[in-house]
Write a protein that binds this ligand. Sequence first.
Ligand code: DX5
Ligand code: ZN
Length: 222
Amino acid sequence: MASVLTADFSALGAQCRSLEDAGIDGIHWDVMDGRAVPALSFGPDIIAACRRHVALPFEAHLMTSDPDPLIDQVADAGCDTIMIHPDWIRNPRRTLQTIVDRGLTAGVALSPGTSVDAARWHIDIIGCILIMTVEPGFGGQSNIELINEKIRQVAVLISASDRHVELEVDGGIGPDTIAGAHLAGARKFVVGSALWRSQSFAVAKQKLDDAIGAAYPSTKPV
Ligand code: DX5
Ligand code: ZN
């Protein structure tokens, strides 16, 4: 998934098309309200404007102090998945159920300091756990490799549940950090600055795929 927080905001539609052409599997929208996190990024209207440019799945990572008013707007804008930070809001269960009732995948985002328990007690209704390997609020930060231990714990939680729940990692993912997260059990990755730092999205994607492959010298990674 590409985090477009680092994209050229003056050409977001074209950037989404370039990401799709490069084989990137989806767009990760970091919706920030300037209160829950310092930055103010984009909202439903920007997401909707880009929706008609590509067929890719859209997921919204709501870094907002009150996600409830945004659920319908972000769903109507064309997102398939909405992730919230359960420890930031009063009634996360109700918010997650609202997302599920809209027919979308509900996800729980865990900041580095948030325990796996914040996802554990919602495992029966969520379809995704987003493990943040940076502090929420900015692109281009360094990956906190210690969080690979949390990835292992969440992988155990998911395998013990009888549900299909995506284990996704978000923050500082690049050729030098993706293998550690994959080995810990992550199978979906949000990548921002590592895409825009590269000479092309396709080259960046290849480097990430190669880094995962190199972590399993004798077998093919699943
Ligand atoms: C940070 C966001 C991440 C970030 C990823 O608050 O949730 O999605 O934009 O960007 P990189 O890959 O640059 O860390
Ligand atoms: Zn994010």
